[in-house]
Ligand binder design. Structure first.
Ligand SMILES: NC(=O)c1ccc[n+]([C@@H]2O[C@H](COP(=O)([O-])OP(=O)(O)OC[C@H]3O[C@@H](n4cnc5c(N)ncnc54)[C@H](OP(=O)(O)O)[C@@H]3O)[C@@H](O)[C@H]2O)c1
Length: 166
């Protein structure tokens, strides 16, 4: 039997662990978008943009020069996230707007203001959603997940914004 030097064995174990961690991180992290496209002159609405995938999407699109409308239900969180995106990208065309998809009144108000204030909308990213919440109800009395993830996202004024976007 060949004796392995304990230092070589230790280094080999550290190397294997490091390599496996890098491969696992790549696998779990998913793919990276290779496009370098800029979107100057394009207006993009991202719902649920104060955190998670929505915030990362707003950040990346702001980096690419778009006019970004971050639409969230909590204006405190929304303003903070918009400030962070402006700071990181130096794109000052990043705005926080109120939108609660659990309220048809809020959706109508949001769509009305957007159509009044924006010259054009190019992309609507209907990202916001709620999952595995307690048995809450929307303002209009629907079960929360059904109300936000299905009814809110597909409610007529949101559809209108989506049709306005090209
Ligand atoms: N993460 C995943 O692995 C995964 C997998 C498949 C699909 N998705 C989908 O990807 C999207 C984003 O996922 P995520 O992981 O980034 O979720 P997240 O971190 O939970 O973020 C969800 C966003 O939606 C907002 N939201 C919830 N209810 C809302 C309402 N009534 N009105 C307006 N905004 C509301 C949240 O606002 P608050 O911060 O105020 O709660 C938050 O900004 C979701 O549509 C999700 O279903 C995610």
């Amino acid at each position: 039997m060949v004796a392995i030097n304990k230092y070589v064995l230790g280094a080999s174990m550290v190397g294997t662990f490091f390599g496996a961690s890098v491969l696992l991180k790549d696998y779990v992290g998913g793919g990276v978008c290779p496009s370098k496209a800029k979107i100057e002159g394009k207006t993009v609405i991202v719902t649920g943009a104060n955190t998670g995938i929505g915030k990362e999407t707003a950040l990346e699109l702001a980096r690419r020069g778009g006019r970004i409308i971050m639409a969230c239900r909590d204006m405190g969180k929304c303003e903070n996230a918009a400030r962070e995106v402006r700071g990181k990208t130096l794109n000052h065309n990043v705005f926080a707007k109120h939108l609660d998809l659990a309220s048809t009144k809020s959706i109508k108000e949001f769509a009305k203001n957007i159509l009044k204030e924006e010259h054009h909308i190019d992309v609507l990213i209907n990202n916001a959603a709620v999952m595995r919440c307690p048995h809450w109800k929307t303002e209009d009395g629907f079960e929360m997940q059904f109300g936000v993830n299905h009814l809110g996202k597909n409610f007529k004024p949101m559809e209108l914004l989506s049709k306005t976007s090209k």
